[in-house]
Design a binder for this molecule. Sequence first.
Ligand code: ATP
Ligand code: MG
Length: 248
Amino acid sequence: MTHDTTPPAAIELQGISKTYIRNSVRVETLTNIDCAIEKGELVAVVGASGVGKTTLLHLMGALDRPTTGAVLHFGQDISALSDEELSRFRNKTLGFVFQFHHLLPEFTALENVIMPCLIAAMDKTEAVNMANEILSEMGLASRRDHRIEELSGGEQQRVALARAMVKQPAILLADEPTGNLDEHTGERVAELIFEMNRRHGTTTVIVTHNLALAARMDRIIGLVEGKAMELSHEELKSWAVDRQMTAH
Ligand SMILES: Nc1ncnc2c1ncn2[C@@H]1O[C@H](COP(=O)(O)OP(=O)(O)OP(=O)(O)O)[C@@H](O)[C@H]1O
Ligand SMILES: [Mg+2]
């Protein structure tokens, strides 16, 4: 008797479709996507505005349910989980950076970053230490006690990344993590993402319009007309130009 000893993929999408219904108009965003992301891989998702990148990332992060198909994390089909079980699973396994970061504006940077630790019932002193460390790494030590609404867009984006990374999640999903940043700060943020991957084997999926950043990932997935396709590093640039994506 043989046993399949291949470890399950960190994220597997099986026949995923997502249709939004808006004013009784059906918007078929994703159609029949199959994709497996192995543990420890760094993956970029690229494609024109409105093609469904955020939708795909939300499905990978169990923030939304597909219209058809299944999403598996480390071999577990999460469609069977209740909303409460899903929240617990997300807190334990996933770090998510939203395109429009969704921080709590009236709370400080530090309070936002420790939030996932407190939800997980971690010791508060330990949570504060971990949050301080990641905020320092993001160059935000001097801003930790500022309220989010007092921070610049780029600073807010770095706080959002710190919040996603503070518990060293097995999977990091980031929607345009360098979108609002100048080149130098964007590079620093990218380095932190790569370093977390090197140190902890974090499986990482980044949605980005930054082709130079996409080119540094292990794999690139291009979205077009609801379909996902694997792109080689060589074809990335011409693929993006053909689709009139902004080239960086
Ligand atoms: N909640 C929703 N209800 C209805 N339609 C939606 C909803 N969310 C997204 N859409 C539609 O689905 C399509 C894909 O949206 P999505 O946000 O995934 O695109 P995107 O690739 O992330 O774009 P961008 O690069 O501009 O962020 C768009 O046509 C959008 O209008
Ligand atoms: Mg988007």
